[in-house]
Design a protein around this ligand. Structure first.
Ligand SMILES: [Zn+2]
Length: 471
């Protein structure tokens, strides 16, 4: 179907006359606290997620769209009755509100054209936008060959079990996009491996080793406790170095290290506090026994953050260098556990990658537990869906639009063919400039309503154009 001037005018008119309704519906969803939790029974991600999904499905039905509920893992609204399907994938779960809110997280208000509240940007405005996109197709009588649907996920922020359940119970769409990033589009996401490297049973003078709290961060804090080490030896070891302090308690000395945290996808700008302690106790002979060997292996793993220590120094022309960080360390049952978070390039050879890591770790006498490999996502730039969406971005957003890649993860990685597309638009005004406030996952998260409505118009155009692509 042609995108004519008349059609675009009709879409604009429709959006104008439904703006207030959009704001009301978005507030209804934002006011439901929907942090995904693990709960047994018929609501797998908790009452909040069940309630917000019920609400989104109820709205969709009110607007004349058929709906499905996939046992409260996720749901969808649909339009048209083609055999092949194209989906837009938004999520209704949110990250916890955290502290320092100036406004209320679950009582959304409008201010100067922005809505403030947890989930306004990530990702409930996209959920309403995809629902309204289908309404527009329906109300304007636009017929499509494909069945179009709006996916409402309930577990995006904590593991994407909603998508796994969906794809196990429903046929995959021929194409999907997730409005959970920014325009133009992200066509490649690195693979993500997480694992625990667990040592053998230790002996020696290691009493405790604790550092970091999140797998996906370079840890900025760690402490190690050793027995049988003199205060003088510690004092001498840290004398000319920055970032270390110590305390003495009976026969034990605890050394603290302060590093610099950074996200696991950009480890170069961080300083790993766990590695700082490993280097200190090894270089100054403060540790002994099997504990020394285990700490030496940890130091080896953390001696670089681009895979060299694990014999996987991979790189490709799409997503660049591999990264790895050791974000968390603990001493449990006299065994040392180091958590690893690795982001590998899309073209990395899976089998070699996994084999090399296991070889290095097992050769050091460590075992690998809780190994998880979330495969990368990559759609070549000459794929007709990508060229179609990029043409739209060039025509309606910016003639110089360039597609991009990410170290992070969206729903796109779970789809056979999918990308992140929108909903953030360049040059959108800010509501305020308070450091640490206003963005997704931060306090006082907000969204510019006009921006989402512009994104929604692009979604309408995208579905119409994608309908003409041969998949
Ligand atoms: Zn999101």
């Amino acid at each position: 179907m042609e995108i004519t001037k008349e059609l675009l005018e009709q879409v604009d008119k429709w959006i104008d006359s439904h703006k207030d309704e959009f704001v009301d519906d978005l507030k209804t969803l934002v006011d439901i606290k929907s942090v995904a939790e693990d709960t047994p029974g018929e609501h797998p991600f908790g009452e909040g997620c069940a309630k917000v999904l019920d609400k989104a499905l109820e709205m969709s039905e009110k607007y004349g769209l058929a709906t499905k509920n996939y046992d409260y893992y996720c749901g969808r609204a649909e339009y048209g009755d083609g055999e092949d399907e194209i989906g837009i994938f938004a999520h209704l779960d949110v990250v916890p509100e955290g502290n320092d809110w100036i406004y209320e997280p679950y009582n959304a208000i409008m201010k100067d054209g922005f809505m403030i509240g947890r989930g306004t940007a990530d990702n409930k405005s996209s959920a309403i936008a995809e629902m309204y996109t289908l309404r527009i197709l329906k109300d304007l009588g636009i017929k499509t060959k494909h069945k179009m649907f709006a996916f409402y996920g309930c577990n995006e922020e904590v593991g994407m079990k909603d998508m796994e359940y969906y794809l196990a119970n429903e046929k995959a769409p021929v194409f999907g996009f997730t409005p959970d990033a920014g325009f133009p589009l992200c066509y490649a996401e690195k693979g993500i491996i997480t694992a625990d490297f667990v040592s053998y049973e230790l002996d020696g003078n290691l009493v405790d080793f604790t550092g970091g709290h999140a797998s996906n961060m370079v840890p900025d804090y760690a402490h190690i406790t050793l027995s049988g080490v003199s205060e003088e030896a510690v004092k001498a070891a840290i004398a000319d170095k920055e970032g270390y302090t110590y305390t003495v308690d009976g026969g034990n000395v605890t050394i603290n290290a302060k590093g610099v945290s950074s996200h696991a996808a950009n480890p170069d700008s961080g300083v790993n506090a766990i590695n700082m302690l490993c280097r200190l106790v090894l270089d100054n002979n403060l540790i002994n026994g099997k504990a020394k060997d285990a700490v030496a292996f940890v130091a080896h793993v953390l001696s670089d953050c681009h895979g060299a220590a694990l014999n996987v120094p991979f790189e490709d022309d799409v997503t660049g260098l591999i990264t790895h960080v050791g974000g968390v360390i603990r001493l449990n049952d006299n065994k040392l556990t180091l958590n690893i978070n690795m982001r590998y390039p899309v073209k990395a050879e899976q089998e070699t990658l996994e084999k090399n890591i296991f070889d290095v770790v097992e050769k050091a006498g460590f075992t690998i537990c809780d190994f998880d490999n979330s495969k990368p996502q990559y759609v070549p730039l000459d794929h007709p869906a990508i060229t179609t969406l990029m043409d739209i971005c060039k025509e309606y957003i910016d003639p110089n639009s360039e597609p991009y890649t990410m170290g992070g993860g969206t729903y796109a990685r779970k789809l056979p063919i999918g990308v992140a597309f929108g909903a953030g638009l360049p040059n959108t005004p800010k509501l305020f400039d308070i450091p640490g406030h206003g963005s997704a996952h931060a306090p006082d998260e907000y969204i510019n309503i006009d921006m989402v409505l512009r994104a929604m118009k692009i979604f309408v155009i995208a579905l119409i154009r994608l309908d003409g692509v041969e998949f």
